[in-house]
Design a protein around this ligand. Sequence first.
Ligand code: 26W
Length: 801
Amino acid sequence: MPVNDQSLTPNVLKTDVMRHLTFTLGKDAPHASLYDWRMALSYAIRDRIMEPWFASTRRTWEEDRKRVYYLSMEFLIGRILEDATINLGLHEMAERTMAELGQDFKAIVGDEPDAALGNGGLGRLAACFMESMATLGCPAYGYGIRYEHGLFRQRFEGGQQVETPEDWLSQRNPWEFDRPEATYIVGFKGHVETRDGREVWVPAETVKASAHDTPVVGWQGRWANTLRLWGAEPTTLFDLERFNRGDYTAAAEPETLARTLSRVLYPDDTTYQGKELRLKQEFFLTSAALQDILRRFKSGHGDLRALSRHVAIQMNDTHPAIAGPELIRLLVDEHGLSFDEALPVAQECLGYTNHTLLPEALERWATFTFGNVLPRHMQIVERIDGWHRRTFPARPHYVGIVKHHEVRMGELAFIMSHKVNGVSALHTDLVKANLFPELDRLHPEKIVNQTNGVTPRRWLKMANAPLARLIGETIGEGWEDDLDRLKGLEPHVKDQGFLGAFDAAKRQNKVTLSNWLGAECGVKVSPDALFDVQVKRIHEYKRQLLNILETVARWQAIRANPDAGWVPRVKIFGGKSAPGYAVAKEIIHLINDVAAVINADPLVGDLLKVIYPANYNVSMAERLVPAADLSEQISTAGKEASGTGNMKFMMNGAPTIGTLDGANVEILQEVGRENFFLFGLTAEEVMKRREDPDHARKAIEASQIMQNVLQAIAEGQFSPGQADRYHGLVHRVWHHDYFLVASDFDAYLAAQAEVDAAYKDRARWLTMAALNTARSGFFSSDRTIRGYMKEIWGVESALQD
Ligand code: 26W
């Protein structure tokens, strides 16, 4: 469909908005609220997605194209309205139309709640991938769960995190279409019977998975795919049977189970807890998706042995790793294939992406729980394990799926996939060397790398209009879906006029952000200060602690010598902690305590401010990233699989201060050493350093500055009412410090001093910043998806260039 559809003049859009306001919302304009206007505009814009959506589905059928199925427990989408208007090329028109109707477009798009069906990196990556697959004309479905409550909302009380439930569906969701005709039964528990020599699973509990579809439109509306989210509903079938038997309590069980299954997103990233409900959620998503995939395949083809020619299924981490056994079960038990036929079919369809090396994040289910919830799958897992053990005899010892009474989902996903991928070059090396060394030796071609990326439509075009405009004026249009063209900015970096304009765009974003921060947090910050931003989940390995300790050191140094020509800084933190992660919550408390003391210190004034706006989410990232001067990517080397925030900051012209971790390594390579503030131990050095049990004490004793910082905290300078509040924390840094905050402290301080020096030299700083944008083309998720299409999925674009 042509994007700048001539038939859609502003007048037509206005008529559409008014028609929806009147007939869909039942509202008279003088009485319409912001919500009503948002709904009316959303429906009017949504209407424009239908044609490309239908056309894409039709073409995929007609041309019998291979489809990608992206299975993910999380899709961290954020707001949809503005993104859709941008991709449809209707942004300016929508702005103008709403103004003519007396409405503020910015306020309207800002009224939309974030779809926060994810925790962090993994969920946001899935959302970027959906957008890139649509942009590239890759026929694809995303499959996930329609959580009633997404990630909790965060508030601070006395500086401490308090969680409240998120409620995005309390208002009508204009983007989804219920598909009551697309429902599947998903079973749990029960037992396995042998009938006529075949195994038959008789579940004791069943729920109905019912589909809710959201169209995802790509750049310029050339293609649209479907995000299909499953909601759980009770089945009545078994209730009645039980009810008739007089088993009334059990009769109510299916309804309770159904209600809880799609009720809430697990708010844990990185720590896995073997909770039965979580396993049920994972199976619910996976089984419904696979049944849907097989139904679609069967409606066009006969022979299931040809499945992998038409179907590629990607498992986003191990959360849907039950897909291996479930696909075998469906093929064998329901469609009559033999196990030996079904196994290779499943393997050829499946791919597995690993997103973490942290041992505590690796899913392992007690065989007791697994066998209880999924008795038939337990049998199949053992059969797979036996097959693998016999087919690939290993030395010195076999690393199997079932070990020490646990089912290891990583090994299961690995064995059941034809390709396994890491998410950055370094991470993939570590997956090979540390996570699956034995399996890698047995299957040397299986592990491949696909470095993450982010969509430049949302993260540059939409979030950073001033810079996007400058890019368009400088290198012309067309960079949005061909991000390597940003290289064309490089020659202009020597031009004072261009640098001035680059500076002005950044400044405009900083002014907008300071106004918002003033209103949101009640702290006034000067847009002339250096905006130093660390936003991401709070985790020890991400080392927000290192950042706040450096902040204290800076504060002490400014107080000792206020006239030393300091570069004014605003330290901005953002992020949530898992509700049960006590150490991360303590770090949040400390940041807020430090902020309160520093922000009230008249000696320091504008030279240092610390701000931590509560409830960091996708929409807040869209405000912070374009206004950042400095991107904090300071994880302990070897721990951050990739990072994707690092790429967003780079694109938006913020140089990185960071360690050699995750995709930082590739950012450094692209941008050049002189445009990156590198510090810290390497992954290898980290492992060596840990061998010395005294590493922390030695590092602290060698650093007077670090001692002063820890002493101030231990003394209660930031917790005046409770001097011992941080004794535990300080003690851990001295004596444990697994994430090597102490060992990297001095190097981090030195890198921060380099940042100050570079920032003072305006020409140098602006050149660095502009080069970060110019050299960020590699980090478009379009490049990532092209890699998956070619090397993992074997799928071609349906769009000719
Ligand atoms: C079962 C508990 C659980 C839940 C989520 C364990 C682990 C996870 C995710 C795998 C954590 C995650 O989001 N990982 C992040 O994935 C991003 C996208 O690839 C990477 O950029 C981040 O580095 C990685 O931490």
